[in-house]
Design a protein around this ligand. Structure first.
Ligand SMILES: Cc1cc2nc3c(=O)[nH]c(=O)nc-3n(C[C@H](O)[C@H](O)[C@H](O)COP(=O)(O)OP(=O)(O)OC[C@H]3O[C@@H](n4cnc5c(N)ncnc54)[C@H](O)[C@@H]3O)c2cc1C
Length: 326
């Protein structure tokens, strides 16, 4: 049964069962129910992560609240008409919003330390800047010593993962605001393996991946495949963590799959004894990412036609020629 307008406020583990407490929002009625398994699919793009920037309070003083916002509140470029805008961050939100705002703003500064972005084609009124050294009353000073007047600031500084509704008895927590642990294959609660987390990975092709996670978990819950013993699962997780640590990756980025997506999917196919996704799906994903790296504005003007399970054609919208076979 689907229950809309309902917020899960607590999940706990007791006597081999999951006790789920929820609030039906229209009436504020509280319900408690028992379940054999729980899938946690609560997303991770709603709670802003905002690092401290020296002087930001000085800049904000006596200005309306909407002069400095986090991207979670961004709705329209019209608010930025003819303004000098500073976007802090170099992730997908910063990239996409900078382009949206550039259509209205006088000038957009994008402050980041993502070197690969420097070779991506952006609109002409977007200027890359290094990290912020500090804010002043009406602008910002950057780590290269340059300074600029700023009218509006957008904090594209990411989001926090939140599992506050999970009681300690669930045996899972969030470290470094973005790493859910201890999990097997970023999916299964090792302490209580009838709890799954769908959708934790980011920087990947999300929907086919999430679907594979769900299929894998259903196979496990229905007893069609079995999990390794707990010791093995902890060992696997430790290996992943040590691998991340040795590369200097902060914990909050452990769910970043980026170039590891094929390896991760193979591990899920193996675990769930699942039919692998057709190669053409990976091909289209990789082609899209490659096009995005070249031209952030134009890459959306491509269309794909699947030819067979391994190959596809790419068209540029409005061009009858320029078809690429892949
Ligand atoms: C600005 C932006 C642009 C994006 N663009 C793209 C893109 O172009 N392509 C792409 O593939 N992906 C994109 N993504 C990522 C994509 O939106 C997410 O990966 C996807 O929405 C994740 O789906 P989900 O179901 O896991 O989580 P969500 O879509 O976040 O859904 C989670 C749901 O859980 C509910 N919820 C949370 N806590 C509770 C609770 N305690 N009780 C009950 N319900 C709860 C929330 O209200 C929400 O409805 C983008 C994300 C952002 C923020």
């Amino acid at each position: 049964m689907l229950q809309f307008e309902t917020c899960v406020t607590n999940v706990s583990r007791s006597d081999e069962e999951w006790i789920v407490t929820s609030c039906y929002l229209p009436t504020q009625e509280i319900h408690t129910e028992k379940y054999d398994a729980v899938f946690v699919c609560n997303g991770h793009y709603s709670i802003p992560e905002v690092p401290k920037f020296p002087g930001l309070e000085v800049f904000k003083k006596n200005k309306p609240d909407d002069v400095v916002i986090h991207t979670v509140k961004y709705r329209s470029p019209l608010h930025y008409n003819d303004k000098i805008v500073l976007i802090i961050g170099g992730g997908p939100s910063a990239q996409d919003i900078s382009i949206d705002i550039a259509s209205e703003a006088k000038l957009v500064y994008i402050s980041h330390h993502v070197n690969v972005l420097l070779s991506v084609k952006f609109p002409d009124n977007i200027v890359h800047k290094p990290d912020i050294e500090y804010f002043t009353e009406d602008g910002a000073v950057f780590t290269d010593g340059s300074s600029s007047h700023i009218d509006r600031v957008l904090l594209a500084t990411g989001y926090r993962y939140n599992l506050d509704f999970l009681d300690d008895s669930c045996g899972v927590w969030v470290e470094d605001y973005g790493y859910v642990t201890p999990l097997y294959k970023q999916l299964i609660n090792i302490s209580q393996p009838t709890m799954a987390f769908i959708g934790l990975p980011f920087r990947t092709f999300i929907f086919p991946l999430f679907e594979t996670q769900v299929k894998c978990m259903i196979k496990i819950l229905s007893g069609k495949v079995s999990l390794p013993d707990r010791g093995e699962m902890y060992k696997d997780r430790r290996k992943e963590e040590e691998n991340g640590k040795s590369k200097g990756i902060p914990k909050r980025k452990y769910h970043n799959l980026a170039s590891r997506v094929r390896q991760y999917m193979n591990e899920l196919y193996e675990l769930g004894k699942l039919e692998p996704l057709e190669e053409v799906i990976f091909g289209i994903y990789e082609k899209t990412m490659a096009l995005r790296k070249i031209d952030l504005v134009d890459y959306r003007n491509h269309k794909f036609r699947i030819k067979d399970s391994e190959s596809f054609e790419v068209f540029h919208v409005g061009q009858s020629v320029g078809k690429t076979q892949c």
